[in-house]
Design a protein. Structure first.
Ligand code: ATP
Length: 449
């Protein structure tokens, strides 16, 4: 049976991954059956109801049919007991996908598989309703449980679907790992003790197989939250050995427990490619769009940098505003160097019709500058002779019809640039993870470190 869980926490406390870790440990201890490595699935990062990173969890437990009800009761009891129910935005949901459905899918039943596949993909890229989830639950005869308005059922079904797909088609989705350490209860809400030097050492020993533990350019550790939640820290990476090695090198307060997760973090799965974009670009969706810089960047109040992009591709929108927010720090220096006419690809989420930049590719820099021509006789700059009337040297009377086109040094290279780890979304793919594919495609990357 696969169990998906979501929406148990609030900004004031708890974390759905902690609840999952408690349950996985408890179910293992009670020997109900073999429990899989849990999944931590990041869903649409633009969803307004999210607490923080729009994460949901799932795991599989292999057990005899007669134990199913007992395990469901344990899960319901933990979700009811540990969720932050007094907080308005907490609306827990649990979905159970039992062996009848799993066996049918495993046996080649394509309809249910594609329904769950679509649901997971839409939960990461689109905005869904509870009715969308209920329709699938009813059609596939799934069992579920929810509290308050039960909105967590959307995330719970998506996380469970991700695990179904990973089981049936192991190469279907890119994935990464996170090893999360949890604090002892008496320390929740107090400041975290983590020896900073050990974090840098741990990162140096395991990067790039682990990533986003520290932000080198901004001299910050970024692997621990600052909220009152039970998470002490999380180490992300591409190898199980590397995340454990990094963990062993960290000196910190004693933890209550730790749990490894298989995740869709660092994969960019939220991005809808240009060619898949619908005619109308919609808010709360994330895109990869090709275009040409339409206005030179300008820094606005708050330190954010904005410019417009004239879009190519099939969207009916012809131009879009792009923004690099102040927290993206040094990434704004790249954006400030853009110039009208640069061919670019922008990556980010659309909010209030503005694309919030996560990455940018400078595909072809506009190296040509048009300048008033120089007089052949005296070498001085010629002046305009009037609209559409060419250029004339006032001294010598020489005439030229067109401007000179000179090649300029831009002080920036073509290639892909990213926001630094301090500003990175959980689901965004660090460029260091893209080095192989980019080298293969002869595209240059400029990782933030
Ligand atoms: P944390 O990261 O700390 O676990 P969170 O940021 O995951 O918290 P939740 O408390 O889980 O936030 O709230 C997100 C809510 O949005 C959940 O109820 C989830 O079911 C719902 N949701 C997730 N993805 C979508 C989507 N694509 N469309 C509509 N609702 C969604």
């Amino acid at each position: 049976m696969i169990i998906g869980i979501d929406d148990t926490d609030s900004r004031k406390g708890m974390c759905t991954t902690y609840l999952c870790a408690v349950l996985v440990d408890e179910l293992k201890k009670q020997r109900y059956g073999e429990v899989s490595t849990p999944r931590l699935v990041r869903l649409n990062p633009c969803i307004p109801f999210k607490t923080r990173g729009n994460g949901a969890v799932s795991f599989e437990i292999r057990l005899n049919k007669e134990k199913e009800e007992e395990v469901k009761e344990v899960v319901k009891a933990r979700v009811s007991g540990l969720s932050e129910l007094s907080e308005e935005g907490t609306n827990p949901g649990v979905v159970f996908i039992d062996d009848t459905v799993l066996n049918a899918i495993g046996g080649g039943e394509k309809d249910s598989e594609s329904v769950l596949k679509n649901f997971y993909e839409n939960a990461v890229r689109e905005v869904l309703t509870l009715e969308d989830a209920y329709e699938i639950i009813s059609n596939l005869h799934l069992d579920y449980f929810g509290l308050k308005n039960k909105r967590g059922i959307i995330g719970a079904l998506a996380a469970a679907s991700f695990l179904v797909l990973q089981k049936t088609k192991p190469d279907c989705y890119d994935f990464t790992y996170e090893l999360v350490a949890y604090r002892r209860k008496e320390r929740w809400g107090t400041s975290r003790f983590i020896e900073e030097a050990s974090v840098w050492k741990s990162d140096a020993a395991t990067y790039p197989l682990t990533w986003d533990t520290v932000d080198v350019a901004n001299r910050k550790t970024v692997f621990a939250p600052h909220s009152p939640c039970p998470v002490l820290f999380g180490i992300r990476g591409d190898s199980v050995d590397a995340i454990y090695k990094a963990y062993e090198l960290i000196r910190a307060e004693p933890e209550e427990r730790k749990m490894p997760f298989v995740t869709n973090q660092g994969t960019d799965f939220h991005l809808i490619m240009c060619e898949d974009a619908k005619e109308k670009l919609e808010d709360y969706h994330s895109y990869v769009l090709d275009g040409v810089v339409g206005s030179n960047p300008r820094t606005v109040e708050g330190g954010h940098v904005v410019f417009s992009t004239l879009l190519s591709g099939k969207s009916e929108e012809r131009s879009i505003e792009c923004i690099a927010y102040e927290p993206t720090k040094g990434f704004r220096d790249v954006i400030r160097k853009l110039r009208v006419g640069d061919e670019i690809t922008v990556f980010g989420s659309l909010k209030k019709k503005t694309l919030n930049l996560e990455k940018i590719e400078l595909r072809k820099l506009n190296l040509v500058e048009e300048r008033n021509p120089k007089c052949d006789k005296c070498g001085r700059t010629m002046e305009s002779a009037g609209r559409l009337q060419g250029y004339r040297c006032k001294r010598c009377g020489t005439y030229r019809a067109d401007k000179d086109r000179v090649s300029i040094d831009r002080g920036i290279e073509e290639g892909l640039y990213e926001v630094p780890p301090v500003a990175r979304r959980h689901i965004s793919k660090p460029l260091v993870r893209m080095r192989m594919e980019m080298e293969g495609a002869n595209r240059k990357i400029h990782p933030s470190r």
